[in-house]
Design a protein around this ligand. Structure first.
Ligand SMILES: [Zn+2]
Length: 235
């Protein structure tokens, strides 16, 4: 029995040796075959990672960084132009978004009942018209772009192109139209007290760090479409 035991200890059966050798070489062969693909995969993965870091699509750690990604130009957010079929005339020269017409007219009626006479100065403005205002009118006044942007939005960045913005004056004090002094009129005081009932909100208050205070400029937030349009601005 002893000799047999010795033989068993040192002599690994031929079949098992062959299998071991075979599996090693198959593994190496497979590794050689897949290595270019593995290299390619790792390269693409690394490139994507670098690109993601560059374009900032990785999670942003703070809200300041989030704000930097909201595509403002000179403090103004971008707004798309409303399609023509959603606009309605409320005055011979003023169009607004159909969603806000009823509410706006109701607000004017209610003010009248309270002895306050609101006058609508400007509603929808096309991107073309905004282009004219921003690049032509303001350059005549010798203002630089950043200066102009404090009082007027660059084309494509005006709330007026959404049809949801309205500039309001006091019919009894027209000299305050588009002036900060409008805030001293009865119309403004009435708006501050009552506009929210009709879903209107002052867009640019005294604390906006980019845009000058515009007591005459109000926007409508009384429909889902309007809320979507102003979602970023309300963040
Ligand atoms: Zn305005």
């Amino acid at each position: 029995m002893q000799p047999n035991k010795d033989i068993n200890q040192f002599d690994i059966p031929l079949a098992r040796r062959t299998r071991l050798n075979n599996s090693n070489s198959i593994f190496l062969k497979n590794l050689l075959i897949i290595s270019p693909f593995l290299f390619l995969f790792l390269s693409i993965f690394s490139l994507r990672l670098i690109r993601n870091i560059e374009i900032g699509s990785l999670p942003i750690p703070n809200s300041q960084a989030q704000r930097n990604l909201d595509h403002r130009i000179l403090g103004h957010l971008p707004y798309a132009e409303i399609p023509e079929e959603k606009l309605v005339l409320i005055e011979p020269n003023i169009k607004v978004h159909i969603d806000m017409r009823d509410s706006l007219l109701k607000m004017r009626d209610q003010a009248k009942k309270d002895g306050i006479y609101l006058v609508f100065l400007s509603g929808y403005r096309s991107i073309n018209m905004q282009n004219e205002i921003f690049f032509s009118l303001k350059s005549i006044r010798n203002q630089e772009a950043a200066e102009r942007a404090r009082v007027s939005a660059p084309p494509g960045y005006s709330e007026h192109s959404t049809g949801f913005a309205i500039d309001i004056g006091d019919a009894t004090q027209r000299e305050t139209d588009f002036e900060t002094e409008f805030e001293n009129t009865d119309a403004f005081k009435w708006l501050i007290k009552n506009a929210a009932k009709f879903h209107f909100k002052l867009s640019f208050n005294k604390y906006n760090k980019f845009i000058d205070y515009e007591p005459w400029h109000w926007r409508y937030e009384g429909s889902i479409e309007a809320l979507k349009v102003f979602e970023t601005s309300n963040r």
